[in-house]
Design a protein around this ligand. Structure first.
Ligand code: NAD
Ligand code: UDP
Length: 386
């Protein structure tokens, strides 16, 4: 750790970070990185610490005096402002961010992504503290190309689909499509943070993650989350593979996504943390434009990779089609395609993702198999016995 320098060659000084949502998927990887590779201190705020227990215990860990867990619900806890004041930088990851909730729990979704984030922004602004806020690629909504006729050659033109921080519009569906409650709340908090920067000098960076995936993402229903819960696609498909069920393709699995390995994405966040002069005032796309697939292709690739890492043969019918209404309920809608433009993050932070989709699925599904296969077997044999 000695002699670490920033992108401009200046020595990096240890700082204290108030990380809200530190117990989640991204937070757990960021805490791991900060503990193992930097001298920074983390005040880890969350309602749960299951995913960072390995960093908190035992007390003899090399970094034990650099990470402190605070079990706080930011909706209603007066300790939050004190922690933000104690820190040099606040990183806000806390959110409801599973699509199955957006149309079924739109009020919770809007409160979580907008109202609950407001005091965090206010405390940072009033106390002159830097803020890194996690938004989403979903604020772009649908691509312009999605509205062109299916056979239009313009659909192949990147100008109609690549998502650029400083020029792309945000295109959401109608209000009754409550899927967009999340994107809209995230967009408004981005605008508020931007305005705090413009009017009150808040030092901020906004991160727009494009489908970051890897170990510890979400939960496996009935094992470490509710049986009826619907996590994001990686955990849905992992659950199906672990239980030897066909993978469910919503509305034909035609939507396209770019997936990035969590460890590549965390490198970008560390650069933002340690290069404030280059990161402040920017909204950064963080994704891997080279890893684009349709959801159907993702299902096919995950089926092949899982077969390799588990040694089990694939099902004869590996996928089935379901309608979005059946799978998510009324009010679901989808982003058609998400390719991040990388110009700004390349220029400011000289960052690029490295891991191919096959490699990131191989390491992630190896983790899923090692972590859950035995528990699933036991749960399934118990339910057959009953
Ligand atoms: P996650 O659900 O794993 O983590 C969120 C954490 O916030 C959870 O541990 C949760 O307990 C905590 N939290 C929520 N409400 C809280 C509250 N009121 N008080 C205290 N803690 C609270 O999700 P993640 O994938 O790690 O995402 C983190 C952030 O990144 C979110 O803001 C999300 O919208 C954004 N994001 C992630 C992705 C991705 O690809 N993973 C994509 C787009 C946006
Ligand atoms: N999806 C699917 N089957 C599943 C879960 C998700 O076909 O079991 C689709 C979903 O409709 C969307 C894509 O996979 O088109 C990615 O979904 P995810 O929940 O990961 O979040 P999103 O990328 O939409 O934010």
């Amino acid at each position: 750790m000695a002699g670490r320098v920033d992108l401009d060659g200046n020595p990096i000084k240890p700082i204290t970070i108030c990380m809200i949502g530190a117990g989640g998927f991204i937070g757990s990887h960021l805490c791991e990185k900060l503990m193992s590779e930097t001298p920074h201190k983390v005040l880890a705020v969350d309602v749960s610490n299951d995913k960072i227990k390995h960093l908190l215990e035992p007390a003899t860990l090399a970094w034990a005096d650099r990470i402190e867990f605070h079990r706080i619900n930011i909706k209603n806890d007066s300790r939050l402002e004190g922690l933000i004041k104690m820190a040099d930088l606040t990183i806000n990851l806390a959110a409801i961010c599973t699509p199955a909730d957006y149309n079924t729990r739109p009020l919770d979704t809007i409160y979580s992504n907008f109202i609950d984030a407001l005091p965090v922004v206010k405390y940072c602004s009033e106390n002159g503290k830097r803020l890194i806020h996690f938004s989403t690629c979903e604020i772009y909504g649908k691509t312009i190309g999605a509205f062109l006729p299916k056979d239009s050659p313009l659909r192949q033109d990147p100008a109609y689909y690549v998502l650029k921080e400083d020029t792309s519009p945000c295109i959401f569906g109608p209000i009754e499509k409550q899927r967009w409650s999340y994107a809209c709340a995230k967009q408004l908090i981005e605008r508020l943070i931007y305005a705090e920067g413009a009017e009150n000098g808040l030092e901020f960076t906004i991160v727009r993650p494009f489908n970051w995936i890897g170990p510890r993402m979400d939960f496996i229903p009935g094992i470490d989350g509710p049986s009826e819960g619907v996590p994001r696609v990686l955990a849905c498909f992992s659950n199906n593979l672990l239980r030897r069920e066909p993978l469910k393709l919503v509305d034909g699995g035609e939507s396209q996504r770019t997936f990035i390995y969590i460890k590549d994405a965390i490198e970008a966040v560390l650069l933002m943390i340690e290069n404030p002069a280059r990161a402040n005032g920017h909204n950064f796309n963080v994704g891997n434009p080279n890893n684009e697939v349709t959801v159907r292709q993702l299902a096919e690739m995950m089926t092949k990779v899982y077969s390799k890492v588990s040694g089990e043969s694939s099902l004869e019918t590996p996928t089935i089609d379901v309608s979005s209404k059946e799978f998510y309920g009324e009010g679901y809608d989808d982003s058609d395609k998400r390719i991040p433009d990388m110009t700004i993050i390349n220029k400011q932070l000289a960052w690029n993702p490295k891991t191919s989709l096959w490699d990131l699925l191989e390491s992630t599904l190896t983790y899923q198999h090692r972590t859950y296969a035995e528990a699933i077997k036991q749960a399934m044999s118990k339910s057959t016995a009953n």
